[in-house]
Design a protein around this ligand. Structure first.
Ligand code: 5AD
Length: 361
């Protein structure tokens, strides 16, 4: 059956329409309904689960917004070893997870350069291939930052099939104000295009309401993603962390959006993305659940179709504090999947036990 999504009054969406939709105040039920209609035509009422395993909070980078930045000396650092990661997968598999996302800071221990007795790459490849062998019906997703093309290829050869690397901002000026000079948008883009060329399903994304971000920046991000054509797009509200340069700066706080504004803008952007990228996998993120108790459900209703509960060992969850008050218990915890199923079904969707690949573009 032909999908007639082009009949929509929202498609094609020109830049003025996008800006008008994003600048509206409060919720926009008509927009969310349209996004939901498109999502149902392609993905039905399915919500895909991803088990998120936060394997290390060491990071060589110093992003101004992020709580696990290298310069945060107040944070207790940890990394999970292979056995612990495999135990998370075992628990997750039993709970119905068919995707495991290994996420971490850019920790040299799991990095792409020699580190200690064994190469970081080798260590990570070994874990990926073990998961791949043990769970051939599951997808291994990586979210381990910027690496060389060779490293991405080795990890792909080891069995990883998806990679999440938010581009953070496609505008060079905003990118520079969010990151120190050692980091470059150019390298970020190089990584994303390398990943695509190698054959990964690729996730890009950004924080909504990041300090200094305007609607024009978001439009720029949309244009960039229209060129990249990512399979997944992760967006969530920016949330402050006091042990970061942005968290400490009162100027950054003063110019930022309020909680309610960030929530609504995130939901509006999610819906716009669903309309512009009908086939994309769009997570209703932890940050959305953190900014509002109903956030994750609202995200689903605005077009999101993926939820990534936390499968990390309970004792390290608080340490993966990219922002403050990050949720990791209740329905956010993989162990509480029954509660999550109930919430999702109350919202009118169904959690499915499925590998949850992107449908063809
Ligand atoms: N608030 C919201 N999201 C954040 N991230 C990092 N720091 C914050 C923050 N303070 C996001 C970034 C990163 C992802 C893993 O988490 O977009 O890519």
């Amino acid at each position: 059956m032909a999908i007639e999504i082009s009949d929509s009054k929202f498609r094609p969406m020109d830049d003025n329409t996008i800006i008008a939709l994003l600048s509206g105040k409060g919720p926009d039920e008509a927009l969310y309904e349209e996004a939901d209609r498109i999502r149902r035509e392609i993905y039905g009422d399915a919500v895909y689960l991803r088990g998120l395993i936060e394997i290390s909070n060491y990071c060589r980078n110093n992003c101004y917004y992020c709580g696990i930045r290298k310069g945060n000396t107040k944070l207790d650092r940890y990394r999970l070893d292979k056995d612990t990661i495999l135990a998370c997968c075992r628990d997750g598999y039993a709970l119905g997870f068919r995707t495991f996302v290994l996420q971490g800071g850019e920790d040299p221990y799991y990095g792409d350069e020699p580190y200690g007795s064994t190469d970081g790459d080798e260590r990570l490849c070994d874990i990926v291939s073990e998961i791949h062998t043990r769970y051939p019906d599951c997808a291994v997703t990586l979210s381990m930052g910027e690496r060389t093309r060779e490293s991405y290829q080795r990890l792909f050869d080891a069995g990883a099939r998806r990679y999440l690397l938010r581009h953070e901002s496609a505008s060079p000026d905003l990118y520079r104000t969010l990151h120190p000079a050692e980091m470059s948008l150019e390298n970020r883009m190089r990584c994303l295009y390398d990943l695509k060329e190698i054959g990964y399903q690729v996730g890009a994304g950004l924080m909504v309401g990041a300090p200094g971000q305007t609607l024009d920046h978001l439009l720029y991000d949309i244009h960039f993603m229209q060129r990249l054509q990512p399979d997944m797009i992760g967006i969530g509200p920016y949330l402050r962390h006091s042990d970061t340069p942005f968290g400490r700066s009162s100027a950054q706080c003063a110019q930022g959006l309020h909680r309610e504004q960030k929530l609504n803008l995130t939901l509006r952007l999610l819906a716009v993305l669903r309309i512009l990228f009908p086939y994309a996998l769009l997570p209703s993120t932890t940050a959305l659940g953190t900014i509002d108790p109903e956030g994750r459900t609202l995200g689903l209703k605005a077009g999101a179709n993926v939820i990534m509960p936390n499968l990390s060992p309970a004792e390290v969850r608080d340490q993966y504090a990219i922002y403050e008050n990050k949720l990791s218990t209740g329905a956010e915890s993989a162990q509480q999947v029954a509660l999550l199923k109930q919430q999702v079904s109350d919202a009118g969707y169904q959690i499915v036990t499925d590998i949850g690949d992107v449908k063809c573009h």
